[in-house]
Design a protein around this ligand. Structure first.
Ligand SMILES: [Fe+2]
Length: 282
């Protein structure tokens, strides 16, 4: 430890022990980073300007810091350390920047009501919300949001009404949910800010594999925020947000008829197993 680092750490002595722990570890890692990288003063200023610009880009509708965190794998790392549970639980995954309140819909409803309905692949998505012992969780809230067939969310696309491709469902007595939609597309994250500049600097693409977002809550259980990903997507192995987990990938099945659909469609079945609030590691 350098004398300088020892001096800085000796003055971390506030009333909140956790705050002291966090600040001391952050300072120690930052000093180690400087020792390793030996940035020039111009590089240090460039780094500070990058953070200042990231803050300037943030608005009530855009959070460039969350995007930057996602692109660095930081959001997924925080997710990993906070969501331990039984082996068969449905893993969580990052919320991403596109969540907003969803309209309440009835089981079986379409969530696609924009021009994408005439272009996209009709898709039925269904499954059950269960406890980790497979007990159905009736009355659970299942909130969905997804992009359209061009990879755009309602907030990014003037052709879509706000609330399109979103829905809030309540599971039936068997814990089942079901809705009709169109197949989402892979899409690039916004690249016109500092997160995009970082991706270009290190030679990375901005694509996220096709997915639907879920936020599920049930009495007596931990809320779950996760994704379901579509098998076969070319970006599954290189998600710009590092959010893919094997257990979250499903293969859409092609069907000729059923579920009151007008013609052929794809079916995605995805059960979600929630962790009881009182779960403790063995
Ligand atoms: Fe998304």
């Amino acid at each position: 430890m350098t004398p300088l680092l020892r001096q800085v750490l000796s003055q971390v002595d506030g009333p909140d022990p956790r705050a002291n722990e966090v600040v001391a570890a952050l300072v120690a890692h930052l000093h180690a980073f400087v020792e390793e990288v030996r940035p020039t003063e111009q590089e240090w200023l460039t780094g500070l300007d990058f953070l200042i610009e990231t803050g300037r880009l943030c608005t009530p509708h855009r959070n460039e810091f969350i995007l930057l965190s996602d692109m660095l794998g930081l959001t997924s790392a925080v997710d990993d350390v906070n969501h331990q549970g039984p082996a068969n639980m449905t893993p969580s995954s990052v919320e991403g920047p596109f969540h907003s309140p969803a309209p309440v819909r009835a089981l079986g409803d379409w969530i696609s009501h924009g021009p994408e309905r005439g272009r996209g692949t009709p898709t039925v998505v269904h499954g059950r919300v269960l406890d980790c012992d497979d007990t159905p969780l009736a009355g659970s809230e299942v909130e969905l949001w997804q992009s359209d067939d061009a990879g755009l969310y309602d907030s990014q696309d003037e052709a879509q009404e706000i609330g399109n491709l979103r829905g809030l469902f309540t599971t039936d007595a068997e814990g089942r949910y079901l809705f009709r939609t169109i197949r989402p597309s892979s899409y690039p994250v916004p690249t016109d800010g500092t997160a995009g500049r970082l991706l270009r600097a290190v030679g990375r693409h901005p694509m996220r594999p096709a997915h639907l977002h879920y936020r599920v809550s049930a009495a007596g259980h931990r809320p779950l925020v996760t994704h379901v990903f579509l098998a076969g997507d070319p970006y599954l192995g290189s998600d710009a947000a590092y959010a893919v987990k094997e257990e979250l990938i499903r293969e859409p099945r092609v069907r000729d008829s059923g579920w009151e659909m007008d013609g052929p469609y794809e079916e995605i079945e995805f059960d979600l197993r929630l962790v009881p609030l009182d779960w403790k590691p063995e």
